[in-house]
Design a protein around this ligand. Sequence first.
Ligand code: NAD
Ligand code: FES
Length: 283
Amino acid sequence: MYEILEKKILCPQIKEIVLDTPAIAQKAQAGQFIVIRIDEKGERIPLTVADYDREKGTMTVIFQEAGKTTQQLGALNKGDFIMDVAGPMGIPSSVEKVGTVVCVGGGVGSAALYILLKAFKKAGNKTVAIIGAKTKEFLFWEEKIKSVGSEMFITTDDGSCGRKGFVTEELESFIKKEKCDLIFAVGPVVMMNAVCRVSEPYKIKTIVSLNSIMVDATGMCGACRVEVGGETKFACVDGPDFDGHKVNFQLLLQRQKMYLTEEKTILDMGKTNEERECRCNNE
Ligand code: NAD
Ligand code: FES
């Protein structure tokens, strides 16, 4: 059993919890995720590691209440327990000194940015953060992210904070005026695809963290398969980071849509949540 040591409501439906996970906290690195199961009847859901404290033995995750399990998780409070926490999973992000690294976070995907920027900064890079959300109410951790970024830019779809528009517009403006050696994008698939389309003509290496559908998260079921450079890869064990310019985003988007349609059909048929184990990564 793993205790919830802290809980914060960051934005509408977006919550942060700090978990007492000493063994996982010792090993967790930027880019990795954990898989949790709230109770014995619960489904497994993957969540991105947002932060960790090796001394305190804690790990922080941020999630959006998007379905039954994340709503159940959001209803838990400080002092409550989660039955299973497995991890850290996935291959850690490759962090080297390359020059200027721009990390782009969209919506709840920005949760992954703090430890990523921190790692790149520690490796001696100039770190730039671009975070985007629908409105200013959906922004979180701005100060924390700013503390590990040499520069930070904010965009909101409605212009209620920072530049009005998408993160991709801010990224293109940055690329046009400054040197950029590596781009990291974490967020909705459409956003990661759009980031890759912006960076491609400039030939800037772009890594995306793929939130494909996951079931077992151990490389056994194949649910998270993605096509990268014409080869089939499993996001849970081969990723979640991949070279964005090689990812077949059309296929990924199709698979996500298919899953959502199937999920709706299954629910319409009156099956219980336990009967469908799939869940999109990092809700
Ligand atoms: P959202 O729909 O509110 O979008 C957030 C931002 O992304 C927008 O403000 C915009 O700047 C950008 N964006 C969206 N669509 C775009 C487009 N077509 N072109 C360019 N930019 C675009 O995001 P949300 O509802 O918070 O969803 C966040 C997503 O992040 C979820 O799908 C979640 O699964 C994913 N996520 C991924 C990871 C990961 O590791 N890959 C981690 C956490 C969350
Ligand atoms: Fe089953 Fe990746 S989630 S192989």
